[in-house]
Design a protein around this ligand. Structure first.
Ligand code: TYD
Length: 134
């Protein structure tokens, strides 16, 4: 559900030498099975444009900023990610678009499942049909 897609505050250990954020199992509400990151993103790019059937993920703007639009079949909600100590939880059956990437933006994704193409809806109409038949 869209209301379950929330910003979580990650620990930030401030230091004159630079800040540090650590993510341990208890920090986020799922077991991390996979980590990937998106980088060297051209300014006009949009990424994602899909929904997952079962996977939950946490997105973090490790560097720079970008926006995330979420859609649950009924409502849209947009988040700006621009802090390395904040993550956005995205639950299953939520269509997401990532856009408006700043120069040097890096999107870190912690995922609850291994990569599995059959877990994706990549076609918006198929996603809408699936969500409306629930
Ligand atoms: P894609 O899902 O289109 O990226 P995003 O939705 O985040 O914009 O993935 C791009 C390509 O990378 C696609 O061919 C699938 C592949 N891929 C993997 O092999 N492993 C992974 O963990 C991910 C996320 C993608």
């Amino acid at each position: 559900m869209l209301s379950d897609c929330v910003i979580v505050n990650l620990p930030k250990i401030s230091d004159p030498r630079g800040n540090l954020t650590a993510i341990e199992g208890a920090t986020i509400p799922f077991e991390i099975k996979r980590v990937y990151y998106i980088y060297d993103i051209p300014a006009a790019s949009t990424r994602a444009a899909h929904s997952h059937k079962n996977l939950t993920q946490l997105l973090i703007a490790i560097s720079g900023s970008f926006e995330v639009s979420l859609y649950d079949g009924l409502n849209y909600k947009t988040f700006v990610l621009n802090k390395p100590y904040e993550g956005l939880i995205i639950r299953p059956m939520i269509w997401r678009d990532l856009f408006n990437f700043s120069a040097g933006a890096v999107c870190l994704c912690l995922a609850s499942e291994l990569y599995d193409e059959s877990d994706y809806y990549r076609n918006f109409d198929d996603f809408n049909k699936a969500i409306n038949s629930k």
